[in-house]
Design a binder for this molecule. Structure first.
Ligand code: NAD
Ligand code: MG
Length: 396
């Protein structure tokens, strides 16, 4: 460097146009924007206008749309800016492989697996929102991060909370982790009422503002199911050490219980920017303009045991963890197909768990993955089977 100015931190956001992606850009702006950070790459999918606007505003080097059909649109939206443009799967990998020390993994679903893995392999610190990486490829993914030498920083609010209160030097004394769940919009609904809900009501989350799919996954508690499996891999827990408690206010973001009876919790207003900022500034704490908790106004925190009859996803997560092998990948892939069928009005809300369980049962003998290709093959097969079952249901 020629001047005495501090070096800027280079970073990439995979999935910059989504809920986590836009919150990440907000945090980056709060922490100095272009004065402090240099954006290597941004990626999106269909929302070309927003992606182009973000690329221009941040001065990104590369902008990528996952959708190949949108390549020309993105190119013309960014013509004359000098920003490079790419598309499709290879474009996503190119973005992930660009030299950047910190990568936010915020693509939704299994589509995020290959690019996130590419960033992990080259040793970037990974801020992980895309929980599906751990659910589908758990051990392989963790091993790839270790081999690359970067940090794995959980962004999911529950896992970020646990990360904050899990004392590394006391790991041997950790007895359990307790994931909190808001209970979603159907916390107090009856099974009969839940049978008839639509995607429009299921997406209305009481506390958090999130993308469409994760909002519906929260309503069915499939999101919590994925998070149980995510926690197992992130923190090396046995299934019996992972508890879920419904906490409707979403103020306690999760807890760790120790061998002396102590429970440490992380609290805050439900705002993903706290978790994102923590992952961005780790091991320091950033100064963020987010709402502060007002305990007097809050006055109470409630807790209740989750009902596995109305929320069978939790039982399926335990099954997947106990069975091990590829059951996490199978659960996730089948769930994604069932979720799309639900969003499209082709299957019922409760049917999502039925379809997922049927695929898990049908593929119970699948051996554990030795390579990522095994994961992709099983993911594909689980999707195929889930589609057959969902279509059969729709026709019935
Ligand atoms: P979102 O739907 O708002 O955004 C998803 C992003 O992925 C967008 O940038 C979109 O363009 C991109 N994308 C969509 N389909 C793609 C594809 N096929 N290929 C490549 N890119 C694609 O989702 P979100 O709510 O921001 O969630 C992102 C991830 O973070 C998910 O894995 C979710 O489970 C996790 N997460 C989200 C929240 C939250 O508050 N939103 C909290 C915890 C964890
Ligand atoms: Mg979460």
């Amino acid at each position: 460097m020629t001047s005495g100015a501090p070096e800027k931190r280079r970073l990439t956001i995979l999935g910059s146009t989504g809920s986590i992606g836009t919150n990440t850009l907000d945090v980056i702006n709060q922490l100095g924007g272009r004065e402090t950070f240099e954006v290597a790459a941004l990626t999106g999918n269909g929302n070309i206008e927003l992606l182009a606007e973000q690329a221009r505003a941040t001065g990104a080097e590369l902008a990528v749309t996952a959708n190949e059909d949108q390549y020309e649109n993105l190119k013309s939206a960014l013509s004359g800016t000098g920003i490079e443009v790419a598309a499709g799967r290879s474009g996503l990998i190119e973005a992930a492989e660009r030299d950047a020390g910190w990568v936010m993994a915020a693509i939704v679903g299994t589509a995020g697996l290959a690019p996130t893995l590419a960033a992990a392999r080259r040793g970037a610190d990974i801020a992980l929102a895309n929980k599906e990486c751990l659910v589908s490829a758990g051990d392989l993914f963790v091993r790839a991060v270790r081999a690359g030498g970067g940090k794995l920083l959980p962004v999911d609010s529950e896992h970020n909370a646990i990360y904050q209160v899990l004392e590394e030097h006391q790991r041997h004394a950790v007895e359990r982790i307790i994931l909190t769940a808001s209970g979603g919009p159907f916390r107090q609904s009856t099974l009969a009422e839940m049978r008839d809900v639509t995607a429009a009501t299921a997406r209305a989350h009481p506390n958090w503002s999130m993308g469409l799919k994760i909002s519906i996954d929260s309503a069915s508690m499939f999101n919590k199911a994925l998070e149980m499996i995510e926690a197992k891999h992130l923190f090396g827990m046995r299934p019996d050490q992972i508890e879920v408690i419904v906490h409707p206010q979403s103020v306690i973001h999760s807890m760790v219980g120790y061998s002396d009876g102590s429970v440490l919790a992380q609290l805050g207003c439900p705002d993903m920017r706290t978790a994102i900022g923590y992952a961005l500034s780790h091991p320091a704490r950033p100064a963020l303009d987010v709402q502060r908790l007002d305990f007097a106004k809050l006055s109470r925190l409630d807790f209740e045991a989750p009902d596995e009859e109305r929320f069978p996803a939790l039982r399926l997560a335990r099954l997947a963890m106990e069975r091990g092998g590829m059951q996490g990948a199978i659960l996730n892939a089948a769930k994604e197909v069932a979720l799309e069928a639900f969003i499209g009005g082709r299957t019922g809300f409760l049917q999502m768990a039925v379809i997922t369980e049927a695929v898990m049962e049908a593929m119970i003998a699948t051996p554990a993955a030795s390579t990522m290709n095994d994961v992709f093959a099983v993911d594909e097969e689980a999707r195929r089977l889930a589609k057959v079952i969902a279509e059969r249901d729709a026709a019935a």
